[in-house]
Design a protein around this ligand. Structure first.
Ligand code: GLA
Ligand code: ZN
Length: 681
């Protein structure tokens, strides 16, 4: 990718739907100028137009798109077309069609549902990718490869089952190891040959928890492997063009939005992280503050994957067509959401879609240009304003998000394992929601957070929060212990350290490293009904908790609060342990937010995690995020509520978006407004 000179603004464009309407394509490009569109993403789902029958190519229409874009200085992100396939491939090579978990092969249809293992599909994809790279690799406005589209799902065909067996053989070497890992003696499920191993299925096994987890891991690896097949061709032909694929963020308010593929692994294979962001800003809630927090978390997740800036590859200018209620964004919300993403490190705001498709399932999904073909709609104007704002933000282009001192660990194996637990309660397990609850405090206080994997370096952070780490390797337990020994602070919770990476229970109590560092041994965990509460008292105050309560035996920690109800009343609910130069806190139960605020307030003060801010707010609906470089700090101040709020500015500042210089004093921030303030001078 060439050095960026401005924030990206554009998105998915499918002119192949309009080839018999050249006047519409011409008008689209005129409109792009008006909306400050500087990037188009083309080629997604265009395979049937690029290769209408096997080996017969037609690129003239795409040449024309590149020419038009070049004339008006628009960058092109070129997608490989593998996310949807032409009918002839399925006809000529039925193996490309995905097989479902019951073993039934799909008919041709839909998208994103090919077999990732099929040699025929891989070969056909490589051939078309190679043609695209050869033809467009030298175009000076080609800035990025967009491989396929929103990878996801699994195939259960014989080719995939075989690949799964090969993957398992590599991992376990012997059947004996596999049998031990899966505890296969249970229910007489011992494997006596590798051919007996099949993926989990409703018609077969779904209760070998180790197998379920390995299948998840395999599907993730095999998808990345398929991506690599595509990336290999692109790297060979166009070594200077960076490569991404669009990760899914769904509606960041949902609990299970990005669970299927291990993006922490996947991110190592892309040059830049990009993702598709569809917060339901037009929601049924009175306030969008909760959603703003969840969307902030998702942006931080995506930034944290490479600890670097990222791109919004898709977002809607108004409504989508797949939320339970597809409400358009109210005036101002689109700009608010876009600037929020920039404030977290997004360097591009792209849309799905630039021009609304005239028919088929997404015909009424939000778009920059709608069926009215007008450039004076509310949506068009709001998009243009975002484009204008992004131009005004040009001085902040090469800034990075503030380096967080707080990290929250999340782990895919753990997520998959927790989603499959047969004890506790499926309804309340809520791993991601729990992480959001910890994140909430820091978001409200404008303290930046990094989301880290178990392989990240912990020593870069002053505080590491590791909630519900049910499946934890001994290696990571040792890492936590070493981190605390050298001076770090950790916060762990109930349902931690129960099983190893094979999904086998730890024997003989908690792993030694966890016992050392936390100074406790969790004995049992009460799973409460959603209507039940447990009370915790810390001497002066009482707090309510719910869902889970772990009963502890204390080795050498100090109890800082005890349970005050249930049969475990008077026993420790929260403990603190000094280990080496650091501290380890264990929170035994799931608290409401009043406790979290009290708890983290103390820690944040002790660890000095709050930066002295030049801007003060009086309301949690205002969020202040910082992007900075060596010279300047840019304060993104957003009001996520539907009411005007105020901030106090302690030094003269300039608002990049209005050019106004503001002196020390109190200022109104209108509902959904964002100010980008930088110190004057
Ligand atoms: C996804 C897909 C797009 C489109 C949008 C609709 O993100 O990648 O092709 O279907 O959803 O919101
Ligand atoms: Zn398959």
């Amino acid at each position: 990718m060439k050095e960026r000179t401005s924030f990206g603004h554009g998105g998915d464009y499918n002119p192949e739907q309009w080839l018999d309407h050249p006047e519409i394509i011409a008008q689209d490009f005129e409109y792009f100028k008006k909306a400050h569109i500087n990037t188009i993403t083309v080629g997604i789902f265009s395979w049937a137009q690029l290769e209408p029958s096997e080996g017969i190519y037609q690129f003239d229409w795409l040449d024309d798109v590149f020419d038009r874009a070049e004339k008006q200085d628009i960058n092109v992100i070129l997608a490989t077309p593998s996310g949807a396939r032409p009918r002839w491939i399925a006809e000529n090579y039925p193996e490309v069609l995905r097989v479902d978990e019951n073993g039934q092969r799909n008919l041709f249809g839909e998208r994103h549902n090919h077999c990732y293992t099929s040699p025929a599909y891989r070969e056909k994809v490589q051939t078309i990718d190679n043609k695209l790279a050869e033809r467009y690799g030298k175009r000076k406005n080609l800035v990025l490869w967009h491989v396929s589209n929103e990878f996801g799902g699994a195939c259960y065909c014989d080719l995939c089952q075989n690949a799964f067996r090969t993957w398992l053989k590599q991992k376990y070497q012997t059947l004996e190891n596999l049998n031990k890992a899966y505890w296969a003696t249970f229910w007489s499920h011992t494997y006596t040959s590798w051919n007996q191993v099949v993926a989990p299925s409703p018609r077969g096994d779904q209760n070998l928890l180790g197998l379920n987890l390995d299948w998840h891991r395999f599907v993730s690896d095999q998808t990345i492997n398929f991506y690599e097949v595509e990336a290999k061709v692109l790297r060979e032909v166009t070594p200077n063009i960076k490569i991404t694929t669009n990760f899914m963020g769904g509606n960041p308010d949902d609990e299970h939005v990005f669970f299927d593929l291990n993006y922490q692994d996947f991110a190592k294979h892309v040059d830049v992280v990009s993702w598709d962001s569809y917060p339901s800003w037009g929601t049924d809630a009175k306030s969008s503050v909760e959603l703003a927090m969840n969307t902030a978390a998702m942006n931080d997740v995506m930034r944290s994957l490479k600890h670097d800036n990222y791109m919004i590859m898709e977002s809607t200018p108004s409504q989508v067509n797949w939320h339970p209620f597809n409400r358009p964004k109210a005036p101002g919300m689109h700009r608010m959401g876009a600037l929020q993403e920039v404030s977290h490190g997004a360097n591009a705001i792209n849309y799905f879609q630039l021009h609304q498709s005239r028919g088929s399932s997404e015909m009424f999904h939000g778009a920059v240009i709608g069926h009215d073909l007008r450039d004076d709609t509310r949506i068009f104007k709001e998009v243009s304003q975002v484009g204008e704002n992004l131009n005004q933000l040009q001085p902040a282009l090469n800034t990075k998000a503030h380096q967080p001192k707080v990290a929250i660990v999340y782990d895919y194996d753990n997520m998959w394992a927790l989603n499959d637990v047969r004890n506790y309660a499926a309804e309340t397990i809520k791993y991601w929601r729990t992480i959001q609850e910890h994140y909430r405090y820091f978001w409200e206080q404008d303290v930046p957070v990094e989301f880290i994997s178990t392989t990240d370096d912990l020593t870069a952070y002053k505080l590491v929060i590791d909630p519900m780490h049910f499946m934890m390797t001994e290696e990571f337990a040792n890492k936590l212990r070493a981190y605390v020994a050298q001076g770090g602070t950790i916060v762990g919770t109930y349902i931690t350290g129960q099983v190893d990476e094979r999904y086998l229970a730890y024997l003989g109590g908690w792993p030694k490293a966890l016992r050392d560092v936390y100074g406790v041994d969790p004995l049992e965990t009460d799973t409460l009904y959603p209507t039940q509460q447990v009370v915790v008292a810390d001497g002066q105050k009482k707090f309510q908790a719910h869902d889970y309560a772990t009963v502890l035996s204390v080795d050498h920690a100090i109890a800082i609060a005890n349970y005050a109800s249930e049969w475990y009343a008077e026993t420790p609910a929260i403990t603190q342990n000094q280990y080496g130069n650091g501290q380890a806190y264990y929170i035994g139960t799931r608290f409401d937010s009043d406790f979290m605020v009290a708890f983290y307030d103390t820690l944040v003060t002790q660890l000095d995690l709050k930066e002295a801010n030049l801007i003060h707010k009086t309301d949690a609906a205002i969020h202040i995020n910082v992007r900075l470089n060596e010279q300047k700090i840019y304060y993104f101040v957003t009001n996520f509520s539907d009411e005007e709020k105020t901030i106090t500015v302690n030094t003269p500042m300039r608002d990049l978006l209005t050019g106004m210089v503001i002196s020390i004093g109190t200022y109104d921030v209108a509902a959904y407004d964002t100010k980008v303030l930088v110190e004057e001078g």
